[in-house]
Design a protein around this ligand. Structure first.
Ligand code: OAD
Length: 238
């Protein structure tokens, strides 16, 4: 059974990473156009570096939660039949053990050189304008996809969504495209669609199964169900 899981900020909320649009979310107190657009970076690179340097430091100090670990457990059982597509720029999925993973909005733990295009792993601050390890130019920016920019690996994601039998959306408000449109694609092509979110999102089409609650409880329970169903099919031979 091919499964695509789309995750958003809600899966990392219980690890202590703030979401964007909830009360006290990251976009409260920050104008998106100031810290998450190429124009904002051009206007005030110091402000943008300070914002992402702080997020990079904060992300390094938190731990994966039961929801991240449950998805890693699922991958351990089904292997490449599971693709996790995350909109999150933290590295909690990989630290929990997920390997088949796409960071469609980039990663805090990488820098992007605007001179040579290198994307080195980066754990320190960028505000000090360090040189790019590949070309030496001091032109590094956070490797995070900003509004108006193209998310990463869209072809791979769309192919996987189009081919999946189960599409699961976890902890995302469905406010940002193209990620918000994947449920419609999966649904139109016959996949069973599931939402695991604190509250029902503003999805473009209704999910077949929408469950409300905390990711740390809903995700392990859903993974148990999938693995039990898989085991039943194996035993019955179909
Ligand atoms: P949002 O902040 O828009 O939505 C987070 C969702 O998680 C909401 O629907 C919450 O109800 C839900 N949530 C909160 N706590 C939860 C919990 N403990 N368990 C389950 N669900 C919970 O974040 P995203 O949908 O990820 O893009 O935002 C999408 C994109 O918008 C981000 O990747 C970022 C942002 O602007 C860029 O920066 C390009």
């Amino acid at each position: 059974m091919r499964i695509v899981v789309l995750t958003g900020a809600g899966i990392s909320a219980e690890s202590g990473v703030p979401t964007f649009r909830d009360a006290d979310g990251l976009w409260e107190g920050h104008l998106v156009e100031d810290v998450a657009t190429p124009e904002g970076f051009e206007r005030d690179p110091d402000l943008v570096h300070a914002f992402y340097d702080a997020r990079r430091r904060a992300a390094a100090s938190v731990q994966p939660n039961a929801a991240h670990r449950a998805l890693a457990r699922l991958e351990g059982a089904v292997g490449e039949d599971l693709l996790v597509v995350t909109q999150n720029v933290d590295d909690l999925h990989e630290r929990a053990g997920t390997g088949n993973l796409v960071h469609m909005h980039g990663e805090l733990r990488r820098a992007l050189c605007t001179s040579c295009g290198a994307r080195p792993v980066w754990e320190d601050d960028l505000a000090t304008r360090p040189p790019c390890p590949a070309c030496g130019e001091r032109m590094l920016r956070p490797d995070v996809v900003w509004f108006g920019e193209m998310p990463y690996e869209l072809d791979r994601i769309e192919q996987a969504v189009a081919a999946c039998e189960v599409f699961v959306s976890i902890g995302t408000s469905g406010a940002v495209y193209p990620a918000a449109g994947y449920v419609a694609l999966a649904s139109a092509l016959g996949a069973h669609t599931v939402e695991l979110n604190l509250e029902p999102s503003d999805a473009v089409v209704p999910f077949d199964d929408a469950r409300s609650g905390r990711a740390s409880e809903l995700v392990p329970a859903w993974v148990d169900e999938i693995l039990e169903a898989r085991e039943r099919r194996r035993v019955s031979g179909c």
